[in-house]
Design a protein around this ligand. Structure first.
Ligand code: FAD
Ligand code: NAP
Length: 423
């Protein structure tokens, strides 16, 4: 819109609510991260921008519909699928049981630390955030005392970052435990490499210092060199009753290969960790949607700097990709924004070079966009949500939040958000 002031931009979103993971991924006690929403608000208030919520690409809308009404399309529907472990009983026991005192988290990324921090945090502090009331209620009644975060590789291969580790270490009334022998050994044998890698050095310093946090009635620990092998259920002969997880069996690993490419190799030994609740936090995956090429190995839409490529590496006129769908489920919001700027620059450059856009002729801005698409969606029985509609939903959330002394009380279900628009 900056480069070509006559450009119109329409944004289709599956939910009646914008903001993606900034709203439902970023932890409630990190409100400053959500400030990026204000930046979006500026764009949304521009008369050349239209938000069309509650529309699922691939179900409500096809590539053919869009192609006929736009010069260019950017796909940025994220990575909505959780990666699976592919181990025995994985799907049988993934239930929302919230009765356990001990909690096993599989994976050692920032999501694992965010979830663990929320579980161990002071409930009064948490109640001042925009965490939903139903989550807060569960946490109030079932305080978790002990969280074990298990990784398949070693301390130098953790995927979380310094700020998030420091927040965990500094949790009040919470002691920290890890395999200090392994940590010391890894630090001393790799001292030269660590000293040249500043973020890693900082992370390791925080970890080392953390070993002195040995008092508190709650605890968390980092366990290394353990790959999940099987979920084990409580004995239960009654098939009509649900089975609950009792333990996770892990394969014990050793590390092999150079530091920049360390792999976990099974030693053949096993270990069981008793737990009533397991959370898999091993990353995400994008899914292929209608009309788009997809690289199954990388889990992304193949592209060059955001321009979609077909299976023979040919550029697809007018089709672009951004965000996790473009580069995989890695990186913070700033990374995702920079990467979106790159895609925007490629679009501008294509227009400047008179490259073919979606119509076979060059960029001409004669298509109708959402003016033509919205009536089609209505004919298909879809209640589209405009930005003004979203603001009504937001106002209801803010109102409910004020009553509870928190920034907002978020709707957790699409039906509840949509009901606001009926009144
Ligand atoms: C749990 C979690 C916590 C995080 N916390 C932080 C943090 O504290 N700080 C930080 O910097 N980064 C954080 N990140 C990373 C950050 O959220 C991502 O870098 C960023 O959100 C990725 O942006 P995206 O646009 O690719 O995907 P998303 O943010 O997921 O946006 C994709 C959008 O597409 C919509 N969509 C999906 N399918 C369809 C469809 N078929 N049709 C139409 N719309 C569709 C979705 O509803 C969503 O709104 C976190 C990530 C996770 C998973
Ligand atoms: N506060 C924040 O800034 C914040 C918060 C949340 C998320 N984010 C960002 O969002 C992105 C996604 O985060 P994430 O935590 O979901 O993913 P991640 O950083 O990719 O971490 C995934 C973890 O799961 C492990 N894992 C993967 N497959 C496994 C398997 N089959 N068995 C056992 N362990 C397995 C990985 O270990 P290996 O290394 O061995 O594969 C890694 O420890 C990251 O870039 C993250 O920084 C940022």
């Amino acid at each position: 819109m900056k480069e070509y002031p006559s450009t119109l931009v329409d944004m289709y979103e599956a939910l009646p609510i914008p903001f993606g993971l900034v709203r439902y991924g970023v932890a409630p006690d990190h409100p400053e991260v959500k400030n990026v929403q204000n930046r979006f608000e500026e764009v949304a208030n521009d008369s050349r921008y239209t938000f069309i919520g509650n529309v699922k690409y691939g179900e409500d809308l096809t590539l053919k519909d869009l192609k006929s009404q736009y010069d260019a399309i950017v796909f940025s529907y994220g990575a909505s699928q959780e990666k699976s472990l592919g181990i025995k009983n994985e799907n049988e026991y993934i239930k929302n049981i919230f009765s356990a005192r001990a909690f096993v988290v599989i994976g050692q990324g920032n999501v694992a630390l965010d979830v663990s921090r929320i579980l161990l945090m002071d409930i009064v502090e948490l109640s001042k955030t925009d965490i939903t009331e139903y989550a807060l209620e569960k946490l109030r009644n079932n305080r978790i005392k002990n969280v074990i975060i298990v990784g398949r590789r070693g301390p130098l291969q953790v995927s979380f970052t310094a700020k998030e580790l420091r927040e965990m270490i500094n949790l009040p009334n919470t002691k920290f435990h890890t395999d200090s022998e392994l940590l010391k050994n890894e630090l001393s044998t790799n001292i030269e490499i660590i000293s040249k890698d500043r973020p890693l050095k900082r992370l390791m310093q925080i970890l080392e210092k953390g070993m002195y946090h040995t008092s508190g009635y709650k605890s968390w620990s980092l366990k290394f060199l353990r790959s999940p092998h099987e979920f084990i259920a409580h004995e239960n002969d009654d098939p009509s009753r649900p089975k609950y997880v009792r333990a996770v069996r892990f394969q014990i690993n050793r590390l092999e290969g150079p530091l920049e490419n360390r792999v976990a190799v099974p030693t053949g030994e096993m270990e069981e960790i008793e737990t009533g609740l397991v959370l898999k936090s091993v990353g995400y995956r994008s899914i292929p949607l209608e009309g788009l090429p997809f690289d199954e190995n990388k889990g992304i839409v193949p592209n060059y700097k955001g321009k979609i490529l077909d299976n023979d590496n040919n550029e697809q006129p007018g089709l672009y990709v951004a965000g996790w769908l473009k580069r995989g489920p890695q990186g913070v919001i700033a990374t995702t924004m920079n990467d979106a700027y790159e895609t925007a620059e490629v679009i501008v450059s294509d227009i400047k070079q008179n490259k073919s856009m979606l119509s076979t002729d060059t960029f001409n801005a004669t298509k109708q966009g959402s003016k033509a698409i919205i009536p089609i969606l209505h004919q298909r029985g879809i209640r589209t949500v405009s930005y003004e509609d979203w603001k009504k939903i937001e106002e209801r959330e803010n109102e409910a939040g004020r009553a509870k002394n928190k920034p907002r009380e978020k709707f957790g279900r699409v039906e509840d958000a949509m009901r606001v628009l009926d009144t």
